[in-house]
Structures are given as C-alpha cells and as structure tokens.
Design a protein around this ligand. Structure first.
Ligand code: GSH
Length: 267
C-alpha cells in the first residue's frame, strides 16, 4: 500500500465520474494521494461513517484531520489547503465553479443513462466492473446478490424508461451547450486556460465520450456495449473535445489504484 506524504486518501468507485473529477484534479495538481477503489454495497457503511452526513456517495477525501464528502466540497478544501491551484484561478473562480455546477447537475442523468442501457444487456460486464476491486468474499456476495443489488440501483437512481428518456434530453441539452461554447473556436472553457471547469465537464461526460485513457470508459468492451446508446452523440464536437482533453491533459493516475498494469490491460 502506497503511503503519501500528504496523508490524503481518496475513496472512489472506478466507474464514478465524480470520483474521476477529483482524481484528475489531484493528479494534475501533483498533490500526492492514495486511492482506494471501493466496491458497491460495501462502500455504504464506511461512507456513512466517514462522511457523517447521512450520505453514502463517493468520492470522499480523507485528510489527516477530517473526511470530506461531495466533490465540490473537496475542491473547496483543496483551495483552502493547497491553493492557489492553477486549475482553480482566484480571478476566474466563479466562472469555473458555475460550469462545474452545471455539469455536476447532470451526473445522475449520465449514471441513469449508463445503467438503463446496461442492466439486462451487459450484466456480466457491470458485475465485472463492480467486483474488479472487491475481495473474494465481497465478489462472491455481489455475484449472488446481483439481481437484488440491481433492483436497488434501479430504485435509487429512478431508472425507468421515462426517467432514462428525460436523462437523454438533459444530457443532450448540456452537449448542445458545450457545442455552442466551442463554436467560437475556443479550446478551454474559461479564460483560455485549462481549469477545473474543463476537468469537470470531461470527467462527467467520460462515460459517453469513452476516452481511451479512462480505466473503465476507455475499455473497448465498455465502448462496444454502449455503442448503440451513445451513437447519437458519438461524433459531436463536444464529445470529440472531451476525448481531446483526455489526450492532452489526463496524464498519469498517481493514486495507485490504476497503473499501466491495471485490470484493463491484463484482461
Ligand atoms: N454530489 C456528489 C455526487 C456523488 C455521487 O453521486 N456518487 C455516486 C457515484 S458516481 C455514488 O457514490 N453512488 C453510490 C451511493 O450513493 O451510495 C459529488 O459531487 O461528490
């Protein structure tokens, strides 16, 4: 297990786009951390205990003094404790945070869309992703309980045909917005410089853009299983931009949960 001088541990799910937003922020800012990828269901108790907010969501950043749940709050903490960060420039902070908020708001829709198009069609693949970082007993439990866990996910994320359709509309609206922003030829969303706005948008849309560098969404198997669902957006300028941001700025995953020898490359 990798120790970090900073004493930061980031609790994530490999698949979580909000987790990727923070992981990328830490990697890009050269802030040392250790990443612990959790297993769905088994994350709940630790998340409740660490977050102390009655919420089970990840990411959670455990610092030597406190644990911070919720990705915008983690960025606040990083500004306070590691600022100024070049991706969170004080003079353009409001513009960056507005875009962050805008795309955080469609995170649940992206997850809903992803699971609506995977449950019942790519269950083996979902199960593999859920158990990639599990212990043997956890994996055995999830395999057995998968139908019940899937049912729980459907309920929690309100995965119905109607809500999946609404998710599609809301994602499309933000993709249209991004296309409009990029129409004047700009490369970065705020002040012509790479920022947490670009990271948030690219991370939150990664499940749809499938950038090659992403340890889950860059998997050819995942891209193939979602090919029909994401076809309407695949070649949109906005999604090409996401892949371009990954090409240019994603860099190394330094938390230790993913390496060049990761599951994906071993598979
Ligand atoms: N607003 C939260 C949303 C995080 C979130 O929804 N995380 C999902 C994974 S992408 C999660 O932890 N789901 C499991 C759960 O709610 O128990 C943030 O920005 O951190």
């Amino acid at each position: 297990m990798k120790n970090t001088a900073s004493g930061l541990t980031l609790y994530t799910f490999a698949m979580s786009h909000y987790s990727e937003k923070i992981r990328w922020t830490l990697d890009h800012s050269h802030i040392p951390y250790r990443e612990v990828c959790m297993t769905p269901v088994f994350h709940m108790l630790p998340a409740l205990r660490m977050g102390k907010q009655g919420q089970t969501t990840l990411p959670i950043l455990q610092t030597p003094r406190t644990a911070i749940q919720n990705s915008p709050r983690i960025l606040d903490w990083l500004i306070d404790n590691y600022g100024p960060l070049d991706i969170l420039p004080a003079e353009h902070l409001q513009a960056v945070r507005d875009i962050e908020q805008r795309f955080d708001a469609i995170g649940k829709d992206v997850a809903r869309f992803l699971y609506a198009n995977s449950f019942g069609k790519a269950d083996e693949h979902i199960l593999k992703l859920w158990t990639d970082h599990a212990s043997a007993p956890q994996a055995a439990f999830l395999r057995l309980a998968y139908p019940i866990v899937r049912w729980g996910f459907r309920r929690k994320l309100h995965i119905t045909a109607k809500r999946a359709d609404l998710a599609l509309q809301r994602i499309t609206r933000e993709i249209n917005w991004l296309d409009t922003q990029l129409a004047d030829g700009r490369f970065y969303l705020v002040n012509n410089r790479f920022s947490a706005a670009d990271i948030t948008v690219a991370a939150l849309l990664a499940p749809i853009a499938c950038p090659a560098q992403h340890p889950v969404y860059g998997e050819p198997l995942f891209a193939a299983s979602m090919a029909d669902a994401i076809q309407p957006w695949r070649d949109r300028k906005a999604l090409q931009w996401v892949r371009h941001m990954y090409d240019l700025h994603r860099g190394e995953f330094t938390g230790g949960a993913f390496s060049p020898q990761s599951d994906r490359l071993r598979a």
